[in-house]
Design a protein. Structure first.
Length: 124
């Protein structure tokens, strides 16, 4: 039986990256954006993002995709139960770019330990 060493190394590297980057106590499914939801319409150009699953000592980074990714400069507030909010978040895409993807990254010790995205967010 022939084993492609390069393919096996690539596969093992991927497995290690997935299991080593995200600790057991922080599953990607636990960290999520609750508002806005995917394929929803929001009022106004400036919104507050709401979510759950944040961990103590971590920070939250928000980026918005219109024609490019734009890192937001708002501030996150995290409650004791892990629920969080982030404001302000700007949805400035116009015309065909008024269809935003919002990405939230949970950062601890300089590394993303969880990521969630919502897609298709449109301003009224």
């Amino acid at each position: 039986m022939y084993i492609n060493k390069a393919g096996l190394c690539c596969f093992l590297s991927l497995i290690l990256a997935v299991f080593c980057v995200i600790p057991d106590h922080v599953l990607a499914a636990d960290f999520k954006i609750l508002y806005p939801e995917s394929n929803s319409t929001v009022k106004g150009e400036v919104i507050e993002i709401e979510g759950a699953g944040a961990t103590a000592g971590a920070t939250i980074e928000i980026s918005v995709l219109t024609n490019d990714w734009y890192l937001q400069d708002g501030k996150a507030e995290v409650n004791d139960d892990g629920r969080w909010s982030y404001a302000p978040c700007y949805l400035r895409g116009k015309g065909k770019f008024n269809n935003h993807t919002i990405k939230a990254r949970l950062i601890k010790d300089g590394k993303a330990i969880a990521i969630d995205k919502v897609r298709g967010v449109v301003r009224e």
